[in-house]
Design a binder for this molecule. Structure first.
Ligand code: ZN
Length: 468
């Protein structure tokens, strides 16, 4: 690796996603990248985790059309304001202009909600909980970055409708729990923030964002939005309640995207490349035979035995029989972040052992062939837990309490401070420190102090950071 993570995390990131074979950015439309097999496999394993969580909580998967008619798209005023500068339009069919222009979905509220108004008739139809995993399109004007700021986005969106505010608030609680489970599965500790009003999702009553640190840069990995009746009023989503009155549904959404891949890269990777959490690693174990010439067959035969043993135990394992020096193979698999490398040579095949090397700590461990699969499984569990722990400590260590703008100037990571809550002071902080206000951290106790801009006494605290 040419770039060092601690020197320039952005350049290091760009290099590692290419070198590890996650995506190809040379496609002739900027911000639309090609998923290469290794990167796509990681994404699919993440999607599997996501589906598991949402299926288990009573959501059903659907798939809506990509195109949304202009008149549907423009029903919710705030939503239009938020998205109009970012959307792609389809205006022609062949040479003929369309009667009604079509928008490439930037998200699917406006595609789904006119259908919800048809589907939902009575309280018995509620709650309605659906999700889809599809591509969405947004014309990103900032500099694009693989998985993080792209124009065609591999996107997850859950949409729910409830009979009342209590129902939709209950959904937010469920979403917070799902986010926590996914954070564990991906070994990504984060801080959940309530976004400031000027930064909430277009059309939402409030928005929550899950933010983590990649190097010292902040990265949003998930969003949860409470709409209450805002969209239901615009899209006429009405149901007949038990008492015969007609009420608007209360709605929520939950959004995730390919950014999760970017976060895994940015949080865990080091100057040798990726480090993948075992739960989402395409190969959890790679076996590299290290034979002397005359023993090649014996050693490779033993390596195949080991491969079968692990495969039969349900471990994702790859045997690297390429005609390359072991050192070159080590380099490749370190770059690709395989959690565990197993080396087998003459000594191992004669002694009935293997030598395992952890990608995260580089610790070398000799394991007997007898009971190997169980030991490898518990080792992978340990790697997963250690990665989470290490990232959680790094996040904690990079939260800096500041009592003035001046104090924040030379600080990196997440800045935490008292804030009176006014937009003026918020802007003062953003401009003064060249950061974005991430919002009010949930699960962090209020702390008495003075707003670092206007000096007004306040208990409210907020976080800010520079984004990747
Ligand atoms: Zn203030």
């Amino acid at each position: 690796m040419e770039h060092k993570k601690e020197v320039d995390v952005s350049e290091w990131y760009n290099e590692v996603v290419e070198a590890a074979g996650l995506c190809d950015k040379r496609y002739p439309v900027k911000g639309m990248n090609i998923w290469l097999p290794y990167g796509w496999k990681i994404m699919q394993l993440i999607d599997k985790k996501i589906r598991k969580e949402f299926d288990a909580t009573g959501h059903s998967e659907v798939c809506f059309p990509l195109l949304i008619p202009e008149n549907e798209f423009q029903k919710e005023a705030e939503h239009i304001k938020g998205f109009s500068a970012q959307v792609f339009w389809v205006t022609h069919a062949g040479d003929n202009p369309l009667d009604i222009k079509l928008v490439l979905r930037p998200t699917s509220e406006t595609a789904m909600y006119s259908m919800f108004s048809i589907w939902i008739r009575s309280h018995a139809d509620l709650p309605l909980k659906i999700y889809q995993i599809v591509n969405v399109f947004r014309y990103e004007t900032k500099q694009t970055r693989a998985f993080i700021r792209v124009r065609e986005i591999h996107f997850f969106e859950a949409h729910t409708c409830h009979a009342d505010a209590e129902g939709s608030e209950g959904q937010i609680k469920e979403d917070i729990q799902i986010m926590e489970n996914l954070g564990k599965a991906l070994a990504l500790p984060y801080i959940l923030h309530k976004r400031p009003d000027w930064d909430k999702f277009a059309g939402a009553v409030y928005s929550l964002g899950a933010d983590l640190l990649a190097g010292e840069k902040a990265l949003q990995i998930g969003t949860i939005h409470q709409y209450h009746e805002n969209f239901a009023k615009a899209y006429n989503i009405l149901f007949e309640d038990k008492d015969g009155t007609h009420r608007h549904a209360h709605q929520t959404t939950f959004g995730l995207s390919e950014r999760l891949v970017g976060a895994v890269v940015g949080v865990h990777g080091d100057n040798s490349g990726l480090i993948l959490p075992p739960e989402i690693a395409p190969y959890q174990v790679v076996i590299v035979p290290v034979p002397k010439k005359e023993k090649k067959e014996v050693v490779e035969g033993y390596a195949m035995e080991i491969q079968k043993l692990l495969m039969d135990a349900g471990i994702r394992v790859h045997l690297d029989l390429r005609d390359l020096r072991p050192g070159n193979k080590y380099y490749d698999w370190e770059l690709k972040g395989v959690p565990l490398r197993i080396e087998v040579g003459e000594r191992e095949s004669a002694g009935g052992t293997v030598t395992a090397v952890r990608r995260d700590t580089r610790e070398k461990i000799t394991i007997a062939r007898e009971g190997l699969a169980d030991v490898v499984k518990s080792l992978l569990t340990k790697v997963q837990a250690d990665l989470y722990e290490r990232a959680a400590k790094a996040l904690e260590a990079n939260i800096h309490w500041i009592t003035s703008i001046e104090e924040g100037r030379n600080r990196r990571g997440i800045l935490r401070f008292n804030w009176c809550g006014s937009e003026d002071c918020g802007m003062g902080i953003e401009k003064g420190l060249d950061v974005s206000i991430l919002g009010i951290p949930l699960n962090v106790n209020a702390r008495s102090g003075r707003c670092i801009v206007c000096g007004k006494p306040t208990e409210m605290i907020a976080d800010a950071g520079r984004s990747l």
